[in-house]
Ligand binder design. Structure first.
Ligand SMILES: [Zn+2]
Length: 448
C-alpha cells in the first residue's frame, strides 16, 4: 500500500494526495514473466529494425483474455474516479445539509477553548464520520474489486489493518495541516488563500520527505538486499548516475499484491534505493535494471522538485477558486447550514466539496504533469540501463492493471503513466537507433 492510492478519499487531504501522486516517485507494477518472442522485431542482419513491428510483437505476447481483463479493470477505473468524486459530494452534502458539521464544531468548542485543539478535535470527528459514510464504497473499490481482478493478496483482516493504519496517518497529518490553515485564515484575512497554498505546498514537501522513513514502514518491512548478483549491478548503475547509495533495500509488497514497484527516495543521509520483492521474484535482471534506471531518472532529473513547482501552480489556482467558492457558498447557504463564516471549522465540508470538484476537473492536468515526468524517467532509464527489452518486459507486466494500448485522447485524459504501447515504443526506438549506429552497450538487447 502506498500513499499514491486513488482510494484515499477524505478531507482536505484530497489535495495533498493529488500532489503525492505526482511527487512520490511512483511504483511500477508488472505482470507475469514475459517470455517474449521478439522474432519479428529482432534485427535481421542487413535489415532496418522495424520499431512498430517490434512493439506489436511484444504486445501480441499477452493473451487476449488477459488483455480484456486488464482493459476492463482499467476502464472501470475511469468510472470509479467519477464515483469517488460523487461519493465525496454526497458525504459532504450530508454533513452540511443535516448540520452534522455545525454539531461537530459545537462539540469541539465545548471540550476545549484552545483554537488549535478545537481544530484537531473537529478534524478527528470529521475524518471518522466521512470514513464511515464512504466505507461501503472504499471496501468495494479497495478490496472486493481488487480481488475480483486477482490483483490483491490480502485477506479482509490484513486489508482492514492497512486501512486503519492509513486512517491513523490521515488523522495526524490532516490535523497538523488544518490547525495551520485555520490559524492562517483567522490571522491574515481575505488573502488567506495565497498563504494557504504556500503552506499546503510546504506541507506536501514535508509529507513526501518523511513518507519513506516514517510512513512506508507502517505498511511494509524493509530489509537490506543480500544477493550480490542483483545488488551489485544496481549499485553500479547508481554510481554511474551519481547517486551516492551504498545499500539496496527490499520491501515485502507481496503481502499486498503481485504488483512490482521500486523507488529512489530521500536525500543526503536518508537517500535510499528500494525495490519490492515482486520485482525481484518476477523479473529478469535486465527488467530490474531498466526499472531501477527509471527510478534513478526520477531522482537525477529532480522530479520531486519539478513536481512541487508544477503542483504549486495548480495549488494556487485551486486555493483561489476555493476562496471564491467558499465566499459564494457561505453567502447563499451559510446560515441554513449553521456556519458562521470562513473562520468557522464547520466550513470544512464545503471546502472539501469545492477542492474535490476542482481536483476532479483538473484530473487530466494532474495526469499530464505526472505522465510527462514518467516518460522522462523512462527515457532516462533506457539510456542508463541500456536494457530496452528489459524495459519492454516490465511494461508488459504493468499491463496487468493498466490498459496496454489505449487511444491517444484516452491516454491524455486518464493515464498518469504512459501506456504500455508508448513505453515499449520508446524502448524499441532506442534499440533501433543503437543497432543502427555504433553499439553503445554490450550487444544491445541481449536477452537470456
Ligand atoms: Zn516513475
Amino acid at each position: 500500500m502506498t500513499f499514491t492510492g486513488r482510494t484515499i478519499l477524505f478531507g482536505i487531504l484530497l489535495l495533498i494526495v493529488a500532489s503525492c501522486v505526482v511527487l512520490v516517485p511512483s511504483a511500477r507494477a508488472q505482470a507475469s514473466n514475459a517470455n517474449v518472442a521478439t522474432e519479428s522485431g529482432h534485427p535481421a542482419s542487413g535489415h532496418a529494425f522495424d520499431v512498430k513491428a517490434a512493439v506489436d510483437a511484444y504486445l501480441a505476447t499477452i493473451p487476449a483474455e488477459k488483455r480484456a481483463r486488464s482493459d476492463a479493470y482499467f476502464e472501470g477505473g475511469y468510472w470509479l474516479q467519477l464515483w469517488d468524486f460523487l461519493s465525496i459530494v454526497v458525504a459532504m452534502w450530508i454533513l452540511l445539509r443535516l448540520r452534522w458539521s455545525a454539531w461537530m464544531r459545537d462539540v469541539a468548542e465545548r471540550v476545549t477553548r484552545f483554537k488549535a485543539l478545537q481544530t484537531a478535535l473537529y478534524w478527528v470527528q470529521f475524518a471518522l464520520v466521512v470514513a464511515v459514510l464512504i466505507f461501503p464504497f472504499t471496501v468495494y473499490e479497495g478490496f472486493f474489486r481488487e480481488h475480483k481482478y486477482g490483483l490483491s493478496n490480502q485477506s479482509f483482516g490484513q486489508w482492514m489493518r492497512d486501512q486503519v493504519v492509513g486512517l491513523a496517518v490521515t488523522l495526524v497529518l490532516g490535523a497538523i495541516l488544518l490547525v495551520v490553515l485555520f490559524g492562517l485564515v483567522r490571522r491574515v484575512g481575505k488573502n488567506w488563500w495565497v498563504w494557504g497554498s504556500v503552506v499546503s505546498l510546504i506541507f506536501t514537501a514535508f509529507v513526501v520527505l518523511i513518507a519513506p522513513v516514517f510512513i512506508s514502514p507502517l505498511f511494509n518491512t524493509y530489509t537490506k538486499l543480500a544477493d550480490p548478483r542483483i545488488r551489485e549491478p544496481i549499485l553500479s548503475l547508481a554510481r554511474a548516475n551519481g547517486i551516492p547509495a551504498t545499500d539496496v533495500y527490499v520491501f515485502d509488497e507481496s503481502r499486498q499484491s503481485d504488483r512490482v514497484s521500486a523507488n529512489v527516495s530521500g536525500f543526503a543521509g536518508t537517500l535510499r534505493i528500494s525495490l519490492n520483492d515482486n520485482l525481484l521474484k518476477r523479473c529478469s535482471l535486465p527488467g530490474i535494471e531498466s526499472t531501477m534506471g527509471h527510478e534513478m531518472g526520477h531522482y537525477v532529473l529532480n522530479h520531486v522538485f519539478k513536481g512541487l513547482v508544477l503542483n504549486g501552480i495548480v495549488m494556487v489556482l485551486t486555493f483561489a477558486l476555493l476562496s471564491w467558492g467558499l465566499n459564494a457558498g457561505l453567502a447563499r447557504w451559510g446560515e441554513s447550514w449553521g456556519i458562521r463564516g470562513i473562520t468557522d471549522l464547520a466550513v470544512l465540508p464545503l471546502a472539501v466539496l469545492l477542492v474535490s470538484t476542482i481536483s476532479f476537473l483538473l484530473t487530466p492536468v494532474d495526469n499530464t504533469i505526472t505522465r510527462t515526468m514518467e516518460y522522462e524517467a523512462d527515457l532516462y532509464g533506457i539510456n542508463a540501463s541500456q536494457q530496452p527489452d528489459g524495459e519492454a518486459e516490465v511494461d508488459l507486466m504493468l499491463g496487468e492493471y493498466r490498459k496496454l494500448d489505449p487511444g491517444p485522447i484516452e491516454e491524455f485524459l486518464f493515464f498518469d503513466h504512459p501506456s504500455g504501447r508508448t513505453r515499449i515504443t520508446a524502448a524499441m526506438r532506442w534499440k533501433a537507433e543503437h543497432l543502427a549506429g555504433a553499439p553503445l552497450g554490450p550487444e544491445s538487447g541481449a536477452r537470456p
